[in-house]
Design a binder for this molecule. Structure first.
Ligand code: AHM
Ligand code: MG
Length: 335
């Protein structure tokens, strides 16, 4: 008999039952993200036609302004979450401030806030390299019935209820966790349905890939320089392979499947590195830990950092557990 893979919709319903006292709100929220992901996927796939259809800033044939894809992705995600009235607040890497949302009939009755990087690695679009969406979901901490405040967004990553990403790659995948492992779904573009293709994803404990922008080597802290040299040494299972796409979601996704470490350290040019704690590092850290991996700033677990502002940046070491621990041991020599 033909074995049919579960769809994401079926998987969400099945797993909702696993949450005691579940109201279905989180399931609806993940469904909304699924929908927005399909819309953005459609736009990303058209990106190569930009020379034909017109570039950002131009007006298209219908008289509509063409938008940059990251701006468009931001709008699609925010609009979908607003329309479905399932969150009380959204913070986006593309917005200066958070957005507070009321549902039509009842004021501020929803309990979740979403933090999102709508299109990470968007500088890669012009050269046809994979990009991604990253999302992170928290329960609000201020009382239901009142407008959300900054406090609801500045929660440490350990408070995340769910997190995930969409990778718009050779195939489009949605990968997420609600704290019960990491599961990956592949989009069948012909019918627009995500199917469970990668249940229970896990980082191999140890891998042989290191991913870092080595062009910045001279600006890196000594601990990172020493770790890079360690990766390149001819000893035991080394030298490791260097792979850096420059698109966090894709680098993470590959490393989770093959085993590896991703590092975006601080440097003499950027004292906290580049990646944002709330939109990029916390969700990836939650996924990594759920997939038997590890994520730190070189010294401290990412998910235990108390955020102080929406767009703060942190150094990021993430991937196969033993590899991250090894990198941390090099960092520890230079406290
Ligand atoms: P973005 O949020 O502006 O797209 O930047 C984040 C991206 C990551 O996806 C990627 O890992 C990193 O920036 C690459 O940066 P760099 O070019 O400095 O190596
Ligand atoms: Mg980003």
């Amino acid at each position: 008999m033909e074995q049919r893979n579960k769809t994401l919709g079926e998987f969400i319903i099945e797993h909702q039952a696993a949450f005691q006292y579940s109201t279905g709100e989180l399931s609806k929220l993940i469904n909304a993200i699924r929908l927005a992901a399909k819309v953005v996927n459609h736009e990303v796939n058209k990106a190569g036609l930009i020379d034909i259809l017109g570039a950002a800033g131009d007006t298209n044939i219908q008289g509509e302004d063409q938008q940059k894809l990251d701006v468009l992705a931001n709008e699609k995600f925010i609009q979908t979450l607003k329309n479905r009235e399932i969150v009380c607040g959204i913070a986006s890497e593309e917005e200066d401030d958070f957005i507070s949302i009321n549902s039509h009939d009842e004021l501020h009755q929803n309990k979740y806030v979403v933090l999102i990087d709508p299109l990470d690695g968007s500088s890669n679009i012009d050269v046809n390299v994979s990009v991604g969406t990253i999302f992170s979901i928290y329960r609000r901490i201020t009382p239901i019935g009142t407008p959300v405040t900054l406090q609801d967004f500045l929660q440490p990553g350990v408070n995340q209820v769910a997190a995930g990403y969409v990778v718009y790659g050779t195939s489009t995948m949605l990968v997420y966790t609600t704290g019960h492992g990491v599961h990956g779904f592949t989009l069948n573009p012909a019918i627009g349905t995500f199917y469970l293709s990668h249940p229970n994803m896990e980082f191999p404990e140890k891998g042989n890939i290191y991913s870092i922008n080595e062009g910045n080597y001279v600006h890196f802290p000594q601990g990172v320089k020493d770790y890079i040299k360690y990766c390149q040494m001819e000893e035991e299972d080394r030298p490791y392979t260097s792979r850096y796409i420059g698109s966090l979601v894709s680098d993470f996704h590959r490393n989770m499947i093959k085993g590896g470490i991703y590092i975006y350290p601080k440097s003499s040019k950027a004292s906290n590195g580049k990646l944002r704690l709330l939109y990029e590092c916390n969700p990836m850290a939650f996924l990594a830990e759920q997939a038997n991996g590890r994520a730190s700033n070189g010294y401290q677990r990412i998910m235990e950092i108390q955020p102080t502002e929406l767009h703060e940046r942190v150094p990021f070491f993430c991937g196969s557990r033993k590899m991250v621990e090894k990198a941390e041991s090099f960092m520890a020599r230079y406290p």
